[in-house]
Design a protein around this ligand. Structure first.
Ligand SMILES: [Zn+2]
Length: 161
């Protein structure tokens, strides 16, 4: 199995997991383009979003939205976020397994840093974040999402479907 995201899903490669359920996992990007940059990945292998069911993609985006809410509750970045899917190598998809980026914008960051997403530069030159920091962020997100689920009065997240 050569797909690195399938290896992460199988637990064969390390990742700092922010969320997991029967359909997908979400983990911290090792080359973050913003504080708390998360990737949401279906457990099922597919390169492009049309290779899996529309229901699965809907679930992926539902989880991405939940991550976004948690990032904001944690005060990471500005109330502005990129939810981004590069669908296919021609769109500069760097890992050939469907993944949705959830990237909080930071005050003072530049479009240049986010533009790196549409290039391959990040994977080539990007500095890997320290694992201990990624683990800390993943734990914060897990705790925050747990609290959101416990708070049934929360209007921040409507995920009852
Ligand atoms: Zn895969």
């Amino acid at each position: 199995m050569s797909c690195i995201f399938c290896q992460i899903v199988a637990g064969e490669l390390p990742a700092s997991i922010a969320h997991e359920d029967e359909l997908c996992i979400a983990f911290m990007d090792i080359h973050p383009l913003g504080r708390g940059h998360v990737l949401v990945v279906p457990r099922e292998h597919g390169v492009q979003c049309t290779e899996v069911s529309a229901e699965l993609m809907a679930h992926i985006f539902r989880v991405a939205r939940r991550i976004l809410v948690a990032q904001r509750q944690l005060g990471w970045g500005l109330p502005g976020t990129h939810i981004l899917l590069n669908d296919g190598a021609a769109a500069n998809q760097t890992v050939p397994h469907i993944h949705v980026h959830v990237i909080p914008r930071e005050k003072g960051d530049t479009l240049r840093s986010v533009a790196r997403l549409t290039l391959h530069v990040t994977r080539i030159f990007g500095q890997a974040a320290p694992r201990v920091e990624l683990e800390r962020q993943a734990r914060s997100l897990r705790d925050c999402m747990m609290a959101m689920m416990a708070d049934s009065d929360s209007t921040a997240v409507t995920d009852r479907d």
